[in-house]
Design a protein around this ligand. Structure first.
Ligand SMILES: C[S@@+](CC[C@H](N)C(=O)[O-])C[C@H]1O[C@@H](n2cnc3c(N)ncnc32)[C@H](O)[C@@H]1O
Length: 225
């Protein structure tokens, strides 16, 4: 996954990143176009419900590519991104805080977004992360993967390897299925407000390789917040 600065990566990793970006461009592999559109619709709805411009936490943000696309909308007041690496990045509306420093950050949010992060942390541990995040925000939006058997799992692992190889992100041994996702929500004490199964993420070749049944978006609420 993209980091703010890839200059300190070894040369072979930078070449991998360059090649993978070209392949994505040629084969229409923009993974964020449709996700951003859906995130915008849902975040706008939350802003209307809360009757204010909202503050978003982008958990596992990478280089905040999604936040950068969301920021230019009036209903978005500010986006804080956090991830495991150290970096300095701050603009008018965006701020990056490393996980280490985020532990001492005590402000609340109107919405947390977690895009393609939970499976890297581990599907069996995901409920702990959701529980902690639900103390920071009433609304949590998750984009993640569903596996559908052996072949599908290994296809997801292959694509994850391709997308994350250069960034030292752990490649999961398994992904959510309908059952484990349902159990995760229950163990997190959250309520699922919306589930978009079969979410088409890519166009072109990338959509043929990893089709829409592998992607979902879920909006969760902490009703006790
Ligand atoms: C596939 S990338 C997704 C990045 C970004 N959300 C996006 O969709 O462009 C997964 C990210 O999760 C981050 N991550 C993994 N474990 C994490 C943790 N425990 N806390 C915060 N971020 C984590 C990784 O460093 C990586 O940047």
């Amino acid at each position: 996954m993209i980091r703010f600065n890839t200059n300190n990566q070894p040369k072979y990793k930078r070449s991998m990143i360059f090649a993978s970006n070209i392949i994505r461009k040629i084969f229409r592999g923009d993974r964020l176009k449709r996700i951003t559109k859906t995130l915008l619709e849902i975040s706008k709805q939350i802003s209307l419900e809360e009757k204010k411009r909202i503050v978003i936490l982008d958990f596992g943000c990478g280089s905040m590519e999604i936040s950068k696309r969301l920021q230019n909308n009036f209903h978005v007041y500010k986006i804080v991104g956090t991830d495991t690496f150290e970096a300095n990045f701050k603009t008018n509306k965006l701020e990056y805080i490393s996980s280490k420093k985020f532990k001492n950050y005590n402000k609340k949010f109107d919405l947390v977004i977690i895009v393609d992060v939970l499976h890297h942390i581990g599907v069996d541990n995901a409920y702990n992360v959701l529980k902690s995040l639900s103390k920071l925000s009433k609304n949590i939006l998750v984009k993640d993967h569903f596996e559908h058997g052996f072949f599908s799992r290994h296809l997801l692992r292959f694509v994850d390897f391709y997308a994350n190889y250069a960034y030292d992100v752990t490649i999961p041994k398994k992904y959510f299925d309908y059952d484990s996702w349902h159990k995760t929500i229950i163990k997190s004490n959250l309520k699922q407000i919306k589930l978009l199964k079969n979410f088409q993420q890519h166009d072109g070749l990338f959509n043929l390789i990893l089709n829409k049944k592998h992607h979902f978006i879920s909006l969760l609420k902490n009703e006790k917040f």
